[in-house]
Design a protein around this ligand. Structure first.
Ligand SMILES: Nc1ncnc2c1ncn2[C@@H]1O[C@H](COP(=O)(O)OP(=O)(O)OP(=O)(O)O)[C@@H](O)[C@H]1O
Ligand SMILES: [Mg+2]
Length: 234
């Protein structure tokens, strides 16, 4: 199986400038690899650093120690040291991230929210629209809502729009932060199907799933981040 991601010796601590520079250590010495077709469950107690780890892989959070290599267009990019334009390219073509909450841009329609990453990827507008409509329908977002901003949607509706947006482009690597957290059983099953289809295509997936049944149904292995926890002296 081809290797898609390799994390070497990363550590994270937060420095709180508002509190005289107090340092809050989170974890250290994390090593992991992810192959095409893997679906790895990132587990650990609340506060263990699961979301933090994911944000570091996506280069949203600075990493002061270690390397995070992702395979990008037959090359390896270290997300810790890459230039901003390289990071943007990796996010455009290689690395998808479904955050826990949709970041809603005012006045942009739901359809445009879902189509945006496909347009950036270079997919033609008509094709992107067909794909976006198909995903929204599959995720039970009524067509009457497609032209509206998701700003006033329910939590579960916003989450499904976020998932449609994340899955519209077939990224080789995907990060999923609690993608089924606020969904009912029917919609949860649809999202698990989407994840399984991506995995079967060879996408390497790292996911946080609060729900053990969902995890057991789709994950190929588990990575427990708690074992890398650094106790705070405070
Ligand atoms: N931007 C930040 N500034 C300071 N501390 C932070 C920041 N982000 C996260 N933390 C701290 O890092 C630790 C890990 O947080 P994180 O959100 O990664 O946990 P988690 O494992 O995803 O938990 P949950 O299961 O509750 O979502 C927590 O103690 C949190 O307070
Ligand atoms: Mg979290």
């Amino acid at each position: 199986m081809s290797e898609m991601m390799r994390v070497e010796n990363i550590a994270k601590s937060f420095t709180l400038h508002v509190q005289q520079g107090a340092v809050i250590p989170v974890f250290k010495n994390i090593n992991m690899t992810m192959n095409a077709g893997d679906c790895i469950a990132l587990t650990g107690a609340s506060g263990a650093g699961k979301s933090t780890f994911m944000r570091m892989v996506y280069a949203n959070y600075v990493c002061h120690e270690g390397n995070i290599f992702v395979r990008h267009l037959n090359d390896w990019v270290d997300m810790v040291h890459a230039e901003p334009h390289t990071i943007l390219n990796v996010r455009r073509h290689t690395l998808g991230y479904v955050s826990q909450f949709l970041r809603v841009i005012p006045r942009v329609s739901t359809l445009d929210v879902v189509m945006e990453p496909m347009k950036i990827f270079g997919i033609a507008a008509e094709e992107a629209q067909v794909k976006a409509e198909g995903l929204l329908a599959r995720l039970n977002i009524p067509p009457a809502l497609w032209s509206l901003s998701p700003l006033t949607f329910s939590g579960g509706e916003q989450q499904r729009v976020n998932i449609a947006r994340g899955f519209a482009t077939e990224y080789p690597i995907m990060l999923l932060d609690e993608p089924t957290a606020s969904l009912d059983a029917e919609n949860k099953a649809i999202v698990l199907d989407l994840i399984t289809e991506a995995k079967d295509r060879g996408t390497a997936i790292l996911g946080i799933f609060h729900d053990a049944a969902a995890r057991d149904a789709i994950c190929t292995s588990e990575f427990d981040i708690s074992q890398y926890r650094v106790a705070s002296d405070a």
